[in-house]
Design a protein around this ligand. Structure first.
Ligand code: ADE
Ligand code: ZN
Length: 333
């Protein structure tokens, strides 16, 4: 076993595939924006990010995002994420952005600004970030349709996919969104869906069958359905698992979390941070924590990165480039 060290985890070329821009606001940044806008904080700074369930957590994201009112601030937030990612040793990231959380900036300003932030970051040698725009489970079909039509009409090389997130328990949305996902696919966008987090395995089946999702964000409840586990394995459908997020949102406990079981079963499991500033701290911290809990060495962490390189929504050339960086690290281990 190759022992884990903080330095080795940092140096490992990492790929982050399940991260919400909404979850990248630091407490300091939220306080700074609120002060600038003369908006009172909903709680004192120490308890600003406290929540007790997924629904409360999603409301907090709404509040944080409501502080972004200008394209420049959205651009800056995107750039700051790429800076953080570079420091963490993340070589490539696919970032989710859900416009419904951003009440004070329009989709038409928000999305191009975030893409511009990623573009500037890439030119400055920071992490290569791509964008997936997300629908919210509970939003109306009409507003979801408007978003998808706008995305199809405004292609951009960094805009690579459509996603759906939010509380799966709160709305029956797979059937409503099915034609929208089909249209997005037709236009060349990749498809991912949050499923099997607050829904059971049936949520994952629906994401695959009704939304044609190519990969699943979370998907951890798949562990309760052997037929589904076999289907995911045979079809190489990746699950982007967020361990600490699941613990804090009361989906599983550390003791009964299925990450290791899914990994040992041979599924294409990746580890992601979901909402790093609010939930997890950092990608390096998350990997170190999981490795120490499961007694893993660098081998398992390297395998997770190969899984992520298989799961990315980019060209074969880019995939090979990512694999090459992991291989190079592995050969020097
Ligand atoms: N949006 C941000 N984080 C989320 C999560 N864990 N589940 C659903 N929607 C989200
Ligand atoms: Zn998520």
């Amino acid at each position: 076993m190759i022992p884990i060290t903080k330095e080795a985890i940092r140096a490992l070329p990492k790929i982050e595939l399940h991260i919400h821009l909404e979850g990248t606001f630091s407490k300091e940044y939220v306080c700074e924006l609120a002060e600038k806008l003369h908006v009172p904080l909903p709680r004192d700074k120490e308890h600003l990010f406290d929540f007790t369930c997924l629904a409360e957590f999603l409301e907090m994201l709404d509040w944080n995002c409501s502080l972004i009112r200008r394209g420049e601030d959205a651009e800056q937030l995107a750039y700051q994420f790429a800076e953080y990612a570079k420091e963490e040793g993340i070589i490539y990231a696919e970032v989710i952005l859900n416009p419904t959380h951003w009440k004070n900036i329009s989709l038409e300003v928000l999305v191009p600004s975030v893409l511009a932030g990623f573009e500037r970051a890439a030119q400055d040698g920071l992490t290569d970030c791509r964008l997936m725009v997300s629908l919210l489970r509970t939003q109306s079909t009409e507003t979801a349709r408007d978003t998808v039509e706008w995305l199809i009409g405004n292609p951009h090389p960094r805009l690579i996919g459509l996603s759906v997130d939010g509380n799966e328990e709160a709305a029956e949305s797979n059937e409503r969104f099915s034609p929208l996902f089909a249209k997005a696919k037709e236009s060349g966008l990749h498809l991912t869906a949050h499923a099997g987090e607050s829904s059971g395995p049936e949520g994952v089946w629906e994401a695959l069958e009704l939304l044609q999702a190519e990969r699943i964000d979370h998907g951890v409840r798949s562990v309760n359905d052997e037929k589904l586990m076999n289907y995911l394995k045979e079809n190489h459908i990746p699950l982007n698992v967020c361990f600490t997020s699941n613990i804090l949102c009361n989906i599983f406990t550390e003791e009964n979390h299925p990450l290791k079981a899914l990994f040992d079963y041979g599924l294409v499991v990746t580890v992601s941070t979901d909402d790093p500033q609010i939930l997890v701290d950092t990608m390096c911290y998350e990997l170190e924590h999981i490795a120490s809990l499961y007694g893993w060495g660098m081998e398992e962490l390297i395998r997770l990165q190969y899984h992520a390189a298989e799961a990315v929504f980019c060209s074969e050339e880019k995939k090979e480039l990512l694999r090459g960086k992991i291989r190079e690290f592995e050969s020097n281990c």
